[in-house]
Design a protein around this ligand. Structure first.
Ligand code: SF4
Length: 389
């Protein structure tokens, strides 16, 4: 039996299974991987659950502390939704307790060996929650999933590997009823589901883990070409998309006209990576501009966040009543002309319309403004002019 110094984890193996090239960039080259929105939401949520179970925080206290810890929410996400998720998860875990003897352990960090009978490897895992129901001779390994798409616990290689790891750690002694449960706090409770651990499904997880491990160890960590790119939906949040894109650019015709099918596929793949890369970079620059509260000036304009306007909403029945009583043409406002509605509100000295109006939340958009540079230059020139006088 041989061993390797590397300590594996499910997320490592999963990254390799999804895309060997991403694994190479992260673990062989050691490039930093700033997480995208799903990763950040997962971190905030998991840390909040730890505060709830480990330190007795309320769900909202836990979420706001966790947001502070992670230095803010990702763009476009709302803290109240996270509080709801934590409340739901907490409630669903409570439902798993059998009686007062039931015990719960949170964020258990396990480092132990896993084995396929031929080889052993060090493996580490963070178990979200372990529910121990001694009255039922039952142990439940709970894993929270902050994804929008639920899936079956019996298909989860992660749960199967964790079950094996847990058994190894306890020298095979677990409980008569040993099961794993997935909780999806973004979804309805009916989507949560379980698997009873039996040797067949645990072995399937271990077999999958060793298939990834052997494949990783058979590749040279200094040769990028040995780690194939597996492009797909996961490229959307991949921090290495620029590397994949620029690596393909060499030898491609600048006009974009392919000489053959192979070149056509290479151009198609390049454009796919480019689109993902631009989307990712735009999101990153938008966050920067929002934090700095200042546009980024370049030749020909500036990238800036433009705050939308807040539009008035008045119920149709109120608009019709106002039109009837003031001899106005209702057609002016019923076609959804917000400017006209605003004009009517301003003109209405009785205050009837404004007292029935609500206002939409203004949306901000991030765009390139070709006029911004000109005004910035004008500002600079003005300032310069004043100084010179
Ligand atoms: S961009 Fe896609 S293909 Fe490239 S490393 Fe990332 S996941 Fe793999």
């Amino acid at each position: 039996m041989t061993t390797s110094k590397q300590t594996y984890s499910f997320s490592r193996l999963d990254l390799y299974a999804k895309c060997p090239r991403a694994f190479f960039h992260k673990y062989a080259e050691g490039r930093p991987t700033p997480g995208g929105t799903p990763a950040k939401i997962g971190k905030i949520f998991h840390f909040a659950m730890k505060l709830v179970y480990g330190d007795g925080y309320s769900p909202s206290e836990a979420v706001y502390s966790s947001i502070l810890e992670e230095r803010g929410m990702p763009e476009g996400e709302f803290s109240y939704k996270l509080v709801q998720m934590v409340e739901r998860a907490y409630y669903r875990v409570e439902q798993l307790f059998h009686n007062e003897e039931s015990d719960v352990m949170t964020e258990q960090h396990i480092v132990h060996t896993i084995t396929d009978g031929k080889e052993e490897r060090d493996f580490q895992a963070y178990l979200d929650i372990i529910v121990d129901n001694p009255g039922l001779d039952q142990l439940i390994l709970v894993d929270f999933k902050t994804t929008w798409q639920p899936f079956l616990a019996r298909d989860s290689m992660q749960l199967a590997i964790y079950a094996h790891l847990f058994e190894q750690m306890r020298s095979g002694i677990t409980a008569g009823d040993f099961r794993g449960r997935l909780i999806f706090p973004r979804c309805n409770r009916s989507e949560d589901n379980e698997v009873i651990f039996v040797p067949e499904n645990v072995d399937r997880g271990v077999k999958w883990a060793f298939e990834q491990i052997y494949a990783i160890e058979s590749r040279d960590p200094s040769i990028a070409a040995e780690w194939e790119m597996k492009s797909g939906k996961h490229c959307e949040y991949c921090p290495f998309v620029n590397l994949c894109s620029s690596g393909l650019l060499n030898n491609l015709p600048a006009c974009g006209e392919p000489a053959n099918m192979e070149e056509a596929q290479a151009i198609g793949q390049y454009l796919f990576f480019q689109e993902q890369a631009i989307k990712t970079m735009k999101n990153g620059l938008k966050s920067f501009v929002t934090r700095q509260k200042a546009p980024i000036y370049i030749e020909g304009g500036a990238w800036e966040t433009v705050q939308g306007t807040s539009n008035p909403k008045v119920p149709t029945s109120i608009l019709l009543q106002y039109a009837r009583e003031h001899g106005k043409d209702p057609e002016e406002v019923l076609a959804g002309n917000n400017d006209k509605v605003a004009q009517w509100i301003t003109e209405d000295t009785t205050g009837f319309l404004s007292s029935n109006a609500t206002y939409t939340k203004p949306r901000s958009s991030f765009k390139f403004n070709p006029k911004a540079k000109a005004s910035a230059q004008a500002q600079t020139e003005n300032v310069g002019g004043e100084t010179n006088e």
